[in-house]
Design a protein around this ligand. Structure first.
Ligand SMILES: Cc1ncc(COP(=O)(O)O)c(C=O)c1O
Length: 351
């Protein structure tokens, strides 16, 4: 029996369920917070140019060219930066490096559910602290005594952000590592990145998957104190990021304005989407992300999710008790949002 070889913790867990990536037909795809706009033409040109015979060679295991570029864009040192195969890999490295059996990992709930999967794999103890209705930070986060405390900023799936001051206050209080997952921060008003200069135990994560339109390339950055980054380096695979991904990320940073222009367009469409959903009797939290959480308190929205899917519009439904009354909707192009609203209206979802 194969199962005899597998750790009981793995057999007992349900694996992380990523959002659907359907291959059968084309949808108006508003379910996994990808960017509706293409990456910079400079990225595409750089990847094309790098798709040559040098692919027989391993990539730079330290990713120093990209680290140097990130260091200059984000005003940090090279030693403050670690490059990952998506920020998911960086989350994985952090949990593997810090969490052993029985160690506590604390985070507000609901949030990005990969944190649960990673801690379960390490046989750590998960402490969920419910977000209050306004999605401010739960006041007992630090007192819970996590070896790691995760704060997703802005949070998924709520889309909400908290004041940087409250993250700073938490950094003063926690005794373990504070990991601020800023996958969506380019759509927000403020970043916690400067905190890495104030605290050795704060790590800030970024990704190229959302604002830079590079989900397919799998690149993330961790920012933190050199002493912590150096330990994480030991845990990662030697060649964790491919040559093409390194080239793509470097070119994307060199065309930062492209990302900013797309983020600005998405913020404008987001305002319009929120207004239109509220008009259709959804409760929508203020979003600082490239998605919104649209609720019908007390209703289960699975039927609506399925009906939209049948009409070719894919949004995210989470079959978990606290989120059954909600749909998470990625901010697409204006045309995609018009298609969503049209589909909602056809389904007579007007309140
Ligand atoms: C909060 C959050 N963190 C991290 C990630 C992972 O991003 P990446 O594509 O860089 O692995 C996601 C992806 O959806 C996310 O929502």
């Amino acid at each position: 029996m194969t199962r005899a070889f597998i750790r009981p913790a793995v057999i007992a867990m349900t694996g992380y369920v990523p959002g659907e990536q359907p291959q059968d037909r084309r949808y108006v795809k508003l379910n996994t917070n990808e960017n509706p706009y293409p990456p910079s033409p400079r990225v595409v040109a750089a990847v094309r140019a790098a798709a040559n015979e040098d692919l027989r060679l391993y990539p730079d295991p330290s990713a120093n060219a990209l680290r140097d570029c990130a260091a200059s864009v984000y005003a940090v040192g090279r030693d403050n930066v670690l490059v990952g195969n998506g920020s998911d890999e960086l989350l994985n490295l952090l949990v593997r490096a810090c969490v052993g059996p029985g160690d506590r990992v604390v985070f507000p709930y609901p949030t990005y559910s990969l944190y649960d999967t990673l801690v379960t794999l390490q046989e750590g103890e998960i402490v969920h602290l419910p977000y209050p209705p306004d999605f401010s930070l739960p006041p007992t986060l630090a007192a819970a005594g996590g070896r790691i405390t995760f704060v997703c900023h802005p949070n998924s799936p709520s889309g909400t952000a908290v004041a940087i001051e409250s993250i700073r206050a938490l950094a003063h209080e926690v005794t373990g590592l504070l990991v601020v997952d800023e996958a969506y921060v380019d759509f927000a008003e403020a970043t916690a990145l400067p905190l890495i200069h104030e605290f050795d135990h704060v790590i800030v994560l970024r990704t190229f998957s959302k604002s830079f339109s590079l989900a397919g390339m799998r690149i993330g950055l961790a920012f933190g104190a050199p002493s912590v980054i150096a330990e994480l380096m030991k845990v990662k695979d030697s060649y964790n990021v491919s040559r093409l991904s390194l080239v793509a990320a470097t070119a994307a940073l060199q065309d930062y304005q492209w990302m900013q222009a797309n983020a600005a367009r998405i913020r404008r469409t987001r305002a319009e989407l929120i207004r239109a959903l509220r008009e259709r009797a959804f409760a929508v939290l203020p979003s600082q992300s490239n998605f919104v959480l649209a609720r019908r308190p007390g209703q289960d929205l699975e039927g609506l999710y399925l009906a939209l899917k049948a009409k070719g519009v894919l949004v995210r439904y989470f079959p978990t008790p606290v989120l059954r009354d909600a749909l998470r909707i990625t901010v697409g192009t204006d045309d995609e949002i018009t298609a969503l609203l049209h589909a909602l209206d056809e389904l007579s979802v007007t309140g």
